[in-house]
Design a protein around this ligand. Structure first.
Ligand code: 13P
Length: 263
């Protein structure tokens, strides 16, 4: 089955603040059981447990040689120091973490992270040889007032400010409209495609075509097994950042295997 473009899709499970470490171990074991090597040939998969569960999940992935990438949900921008309660990028690298979500809308809204903070975190992730998944997305009010593209454009430009084209080529942007997160409301494939195409055109403008063509753009916001195939059939959607549905390994495996259900 043809994928929409040459970029390998990345399906990421953001477990948010769910699962203790026992539950995390069970979840990763069930997920690994539901996917096989043919699946990994078509899709990259990452899971993003809480900090307290990273080591447990890493041990399972390593012991059984499972090609699921380990991801974190957040990071602090400093390399070390007196930042009580925070976790540095180097600590994550040491645990074989390869992807780090930065600027999730919950962190932007609940923990007051602005584009400058997101930019510093993205740089820290890159400096530690990991890949940032930089989240952007508009609120319902911003969409209703017709300002969605401006908001997302500003988030992309400022969150990635100062990065060079090679860095941008290697990273992941997740377009997650805030109104679609945890609400059961999904952007239509057409609307999601429009915004992802806009993001790619902006990246072309700011960093050049090679970076824009290499960059992976995920869609996130109430993605389910039933909605993933149509969303991922869109030309500029290269993956999904999945919240609630990633807690169920069978459902998440079906999302990762979206190609089998594509129109
Ligand atoms: P839901 O899939 O639960 O809407 O969450 C999306 C999300 O925020 C992923 O980062």
């Amino acid at each position: 089955m043809a994928t929409a473009n040459a970029r390998k899709p990345l399906i990421s499970g953001n477990w948010k603040m769910n699962h203790n470490h026992f539950e995390a171990i069970q979840t990763i074991q069930k997920l690994a059981y539901a996917l096989n090597s043919a699946d990994y040939a078509h899709v990259d998969v990452s899971v993003h447990p809480s900090f307290t569960n990273l080591r447990s999940v890493q041990t399972v992935l390593q012991a059984d040689d499972i090609p699921i990438a380990l991801g974190a949900q957040n990071v602090h921008m400093a390399s070390h120091g007196a930042f009580t309660g925070e976790v540095s990028a180097n600590m994550l690298t040491k645990l074989n973490v390869s992807f780090v979500i930065v600027g999730h809308s919950e962190r932007r809204a609940l923990f007051v992270e602005d584009n400058e903070v997101v930019n510093e975190k993205a740089r820290a992730v890159l400096a530690a040889n990991m890949t940032p998944i930089v989240c952007v997305g508009e609120t319902l009010e911003q969409r209703r007032s017709g300002g969605a593209q401006d908001v997302v454009g500003e988030q992309v430009a400022h969150s990635l400010a100062g990065l060079d084209a090679e860095m941008v080529a290697g990273l992941v942007i997740a377009y997650e409209p805030v109104w679609a997160i945890g609400t059961g409301e999904t952007a239509t494939p057409h609307d999601a495609q429009l915004m992802c195409a806009y993001i790619r055109s902006l990246v072309t403008e700011l960093w050049g075509d090679a970076a824009a063509q290499a960059l992976r753009i995920q869609y996130g916001g109430s993605v389910k097994a039933a909605t993933a195939p149509d969303l991922l059939a869109q030309a500029d959607i290269d993956g999904a950042l999945v919240g609630g549905a990633s807690l169920d390994p069978a459902e998440f495996a079906r999302i990762a295997n979206f190609r089998l259900y594509q129109p």
